[in-house]
Design a protein around this ligand. Structure first.
Ligand code: G6P
Length: 612
């Protein structure tokens, strides 16, 4: 939520900051802006709308400064507008600051400042924090670093801030709590960003800044301190990421590229772990913590959005083959209610970004109560990966499209391997069934590939139904969470209202919506629920609903009940979700495109939700 970039060094800052903002646009695109410092003069330019608007605005401006910060916003406090766009300037004009996060006690701080004569030119919490820093700095006559430390001790909420000072020609001061910050270490230059994508082009050496740390960044110097003013040695890691991974590579959209990458991302996720010939799964994070995991009293899965849907699939699988009770919780609920978490409970946190604020705080809470945290995360080195006791990365690569696709199938593959590994160790699965599922899992990339070859069929279906006002997605058993995911994807990128339901539960409400205009998508693959779902199709057909069904190749019954059909290769029912979701991703993509929507940046959404 909100992307931030900064540069200080010998190059021109603006092109680096601009390109960085374009790469971070998935984090928000309500407005963007830059602050540049040249010859002791601070200039701030900002614009409502996407980064392209800012780029246009900047064409006639002097952008030759060697230090700059930039921001792309997902609005929280104050509507998307030029005046609420970041960077903000302090009342005396000396400082410019950008912020990702929420200052929860901003109203109280604002009242204090108003009573001291301050007035504000935006509705943002950021401007309040900045003026609070300015006030401390002028009042105490201290340096800005000291003022920042004092201010941050008073602040509740989450932040990653970058600040530049008109009186300090080459320094960016940064601080974080709860919102991510990566610093790229170049030769005589430094790059700062919310994630590594703006940095990778220039250097692979990075420092991940931790909560409650302050960074004083000059071209040839990086000083890290805690809020107690003690120095911390920066820990430099080398990025394992290529520039090509964050570019479109010939596809029209990142979302399409990411959908089509799935045969290789799933393969990458399985590679080095699953060896069906040897009958083994190697996962260090599990092996080191076997006792904890297989003796868990229960497993609680905590996640948001698409990752929560992966959790639901995992619940069904783990309960089936590991016989451990599983609960799946929305992180945002978990963190505020009073859940019972005991020693001996295992929490599985699922997150693509590893930065989702609700999930992160839920984990902190569970950790305090003694729970063991296992992270299933895509972004290496992210906050959730670091807070977890152990974990497994999904290895899906950088996901840029706001709607999650390849990260989801990576999560399912990891969770499936986890469940299998635990089940065989626990003795709750037969060797024969275990081996059968290993073989099936190994075949997934090939089956996904086969589906993608027929993508055009889904384009035709999407065009046919693009003007529908509502959609219903129905599935049973392992495919029920996939119905939820299909509905979420469609909502996100086509703006069509859609609901996912367990197919049988549809009788208790949604059936009232069925008429000849309502498209109903059935995920009706051949599994132990198949006859039941066919009956549900009959019920929809009897009420003249339009049926689009995702079926297993060779099924002759479902097509007779359906208006449109898409066939997928046969798969064991435990494995089916990883492949049955693919046509639903494509259906949403093509529907969004048919409606002229910017599917990589759908309105109001952001990829990494670092505010609660
Ligand atoms: C946002 C994204 C979703 C994602 C969810 C959880 O809503 O748009 O695609 O599923 O956050 O994010 P996480 O990074 O924790 O998986």
């Amino acid at each position: 939520m909100c992307g931030i970039v900064g540069y200080t060094g010998p190059k021109q800052a603006y092109p680096i900051v601009l390109k960085g903002l374009q790469r971070l646009e998935y984090r928000g695109y309500d407005s963007s802006g830059v602050a540049l410092l040249k010859d002791g003069k601070l200039s701030v330019y900002k614009k409502k709308g996407k980064v392209a608007e800012l780029e246009q605005e900047m064409l006639q401006k002097d952008s030759s400064a060697h230090i700059g910060i930039g921001h792309t916003r997902w609005a929280t406090h104050g509507e998307p507008s030029d005046r609420n766009a970041h960077p903000h300037r302090s009342a005396n004009g000396r400082f410019a600051m950008i912020h990702n996060g929420i200052i929860e006690n901003y109203a109280q701080l604002k009242n204090e400042l108003v009573s001291k004569g301050y007035s504000f030119s935006s509705d943002t919490d950021t401007e309040v924090l900045l003026n609070f820093i300015e006030h401390i700095q002028t009042n105490n006559n201290c340096d800005v670093e000291e003022a920042l430390r004092i201010a941050l001790k008073r602040v509740t909420g989450a932040y990653c801030i970058l600040l530049i000072d008109e009186q300090d020609p080459d320094t960016i001061i940064a601080a974080r709590k709860g919102s991510p910050l990566v610093i790229g270490v170049g030769k005589g230059e430094h790059f700062l960003a919310s994630d590594a994508s703006p940095i990778i082009e220039y250097t692979k050496e990075v420092v991940y800044v931790n909560d409650y740390e302050l960074a004083i960044v000059k071209p040839d110097q990086l000083i890290l301190k805690n809020l107690g003013n003690e120095k911390i040695t920066p820990y430099i890691t080398t990025l394992d990421m290529e520039l090509a991974a964050i570019e479109k590579g010939g596809y029209d959209h990142f979302m399409l590229k990411e959908i089509f990458e799935q045969p290789s991302t799933i393969y990458d996720c399985l590679r080095g772990r699953l060896d069906a010939n040897a009958g083994t799964i190697t996962m260090g994070g599990i092996e080191k913590n076997f006792e904890q995991l297989i003796n868990a009293n229960r497993i609680m899965i905590v996640a948001c959005g698409t990752s929560w849907h992966a959790g639901l699939v995992a619940e069904y699988i783990i309960e089936e083959i590991c016989r451990i009770p599983v609960e799946v919780e929305y992180a945002s609920e978990f963190r505020y209610r009073n859940p019972i978490v005991n020693k001996g409970d295992v929490i599985i946190a699922i997150s693509q970004s590893g930065e989702t604020a609700d999930t992160l705080v839920a984990l902190e809470k569970a950790k305090e109560n003694g729970a063991f945290i296992f992270g299933v995360v895509n972004v290496v080195g992210s906050s959730i990966a670091r807070i977890s006791h152990a974990g497994a990365y999904t290895h899906a690569g950088h996901e840029i499209g706001v709607a999650s696709t390849k990260a989801f199938t990576g999560q399912l593959a990891v969770l499936m391997m986890m469940a299998l590994k635990m089940a065989i160790k626990k003795g709750t699965i037969t060797q024969e069934r275990y081996q059968q599922l290993l073989n099936e899992l190994q075949d997934v990339p090939e089956k996904v590939n086969a589906i993608l070859k027929n993508a055009e069929e889904l384009k035709t279906i999407a065009h046919k139904y693009k003007d529908a006002g509502d959609f219903l997605f129905l599935g049973r058993g392992y495919n029920f969470p996939i119905a939820l995911e299909g509905a979420l994807k469609l909502k996100e990128i086509s703006y069509i209202h859609a609901e996912g339901y367990p197919a049988a539960e549809m009788k208790h409400g949604p059936i009232a919506l069925v008429d000849e205009k309502l498209p109903v998508v059935f995920i009706a693959t051949k599994d132990s629920y198949h006859e039941k779902i066919v009956s549900n199709m009959q019920e929809i057909k009897a009420r003249k609903g339009k049926i689009i069904s995702i079926i297993t190749q060779g099924d002759h019954i479902s097509p007779t009940l359906s208006d449109d059909v898409f066939s997928i290769p046969p798969a064991d029912e435990l494995i089916a979700p990883i492949i049955s979701v693919i046509p639903l991703q494509l259906l949403s993509y093509y529907t969004g495109i048919a409606k002229g929507i910017d599917v990589d940046k759908p309105r109001n959404l952001a990829k990494s939700v670092t505010v609660e």
